[in-house]
Design a protein around this ligand. Structure first.
Ligand SMILES: CC(C)(COP(=O)(O)OP(=O)(O)OC[C@H]1O[C@@H](n2cnc3c(N)ncnc32)[C@H](O)[C@@H]1OP(=O)(O)O)[C@@H](O)C(=O)NCCC(=O)NCCS
Length: 122
């Protein structure tokens, strides 16, 4: 099985400034409707937008190629755990935010079983 990790950190004050400056134009371009609904329902939306932006970057790093911002959607399960889906890839995501920073860590795995043995396989 091929496993790859991606991580990203985002400045919450920078996200807050960008939201104040560009508002719906920014959120509509970067985030899905579900993400916007969740973030805007929170007392400090910038924290959650920053975490989701970090998540999109972490997913890109983990899968090794770019995709449209809104193709990567962070969905919350009933217990609050964030998940993200991308066809053909198993992704595991974790988010955290505290004060000025939000971080996201993603693990992508592909394949499994079989002979394998290529470079980077474990
Ligand atoms: C889940 C929990 C650990 C989050 O910790 P926190 O210090 O409050 O907040 P953090 O900044 O570290 O993380 C926040 C992110 O955690 C994620 N999260 C929330 N619930 C989660 C869960 N059940 N599992 C995994 N991740 C979760 C969310 O993505 C959240 O960000 P979001 O609101 O923007 O989506 C906390 O709410 C908690 O203590 N819950 C109950 C007790 C528990 O289960 N503790 C874990 C013991 S190992």
């Amino acid at each position: 099985m091929r496993v790859s990790a991606g991580v990203d950190i985002v400045s919450v004050p920078r996200m807050r400034e960008a939201l104040a400056r560009f508002g719906d134009r920014l959120t509509g371009r970067l985030f899905t409707l579900g993400e916007r609904r969740y973030c805007s329902s929170r007392p400090d939306p910038a924290l959650h937008y920053a975490a989701r932006f970090a998540a999109k970057e972490a997913v890109r790093k983990a899968v090794g190629h770019t995709m449209a911002w809104r193709d990567v959607e962070v969905v919350r399960l009933a217990d609050g755990k964030p998940v993200v889906e991308l066809p053909g890839t198993n992704l595991s995501l974790s988010l955290a935010h505290d004060g000025d920073y939000a971080v996201a860590f993603c693990i992508a795995s592909e394949g499994g079983g079989g002979a394998g043995g290529g470079e980077g396989d474990i």
